[in-house]
Design a protein around this ligand. Sequence first.
Ligand code: OOG
Ligand code: NI
Length: 267
Amino acid sequence: MHTSVNELFNALWQDYLKMTPSALEIHELLGGGKAIINDHVAFRTFRHPRLGLEKLAAHFLALGYEQKGEYRFEAKKLYARHYEHPLDATAPKVFISELLLEQCSPGLQRIVAGLIDQVDEGLPAQTGFLYSGAPWQVSYEDYKTLLAESEYAAWLAAYGFRANHFTVSVNELDGFDSLEAVNSALKNAGFRLNAAGGEIKGSPEVLLEQSSTMADTAIVEFSDGKAELPSCFYEFALRYAKPDGELYTGFVAASADKIFESTNVNR
Ligand code: OOG
Ligand code: NI
């Protein structure tokens, strides 16, 4: 198990940087070399007794995190929960989703069963599982079959278990007081934003505004060759205060639905 929240997030960040080289440039652009506070990170998995979201969440519960909101994405066949640390205000929130395999086609289920069969039962509980990548071999042909049905399934088959994004807390940035300003700086520097549902998802009314880059790319090794595919992305979140004066800490399903598309291949 991880000794501290800090130690776990440092390890997640190192893996994330390998997948997302643009993250360091974005840090420089937005933080000017100063520390950046992370709002949250996100993970993806398949709903299955051996690998479901509870297996990932266990690592955070062991560090004192608590389960908070839950979210459903009918068209994408996903279920998600978010977790917060009640004592450590600097601990990023955690968003974990899972693909509801029973709602997917028999063909997808068969391919995913072949992946999960390669995973040792004890693996998900091991220290380091959350930044271990794909614990299976997958062929490019199966990847393409998954992609035709679910961008999420295809990404997960290729990249496995790691933070698929970190999220800059725009509330904590110096020199940027709106998400529009952050987006303009990113676009002027040449970064491509996820425009699904508009560059800014959410609004002050729902107490959360979000934007994200389109994922960087990386070379993925399949059992029968290599391909360059979207890897991980960077998100930007601006939170608004609830009537009680505290910032909203939840997520917004309609916005999250579009954030998932930051790793789409067909873009
Ligand atoms: C998660 C997408 C949702 C958010 O902040 O709403 C999300 C994912 O892409 O795995 O991160
Ligand atoms: Ni997010």
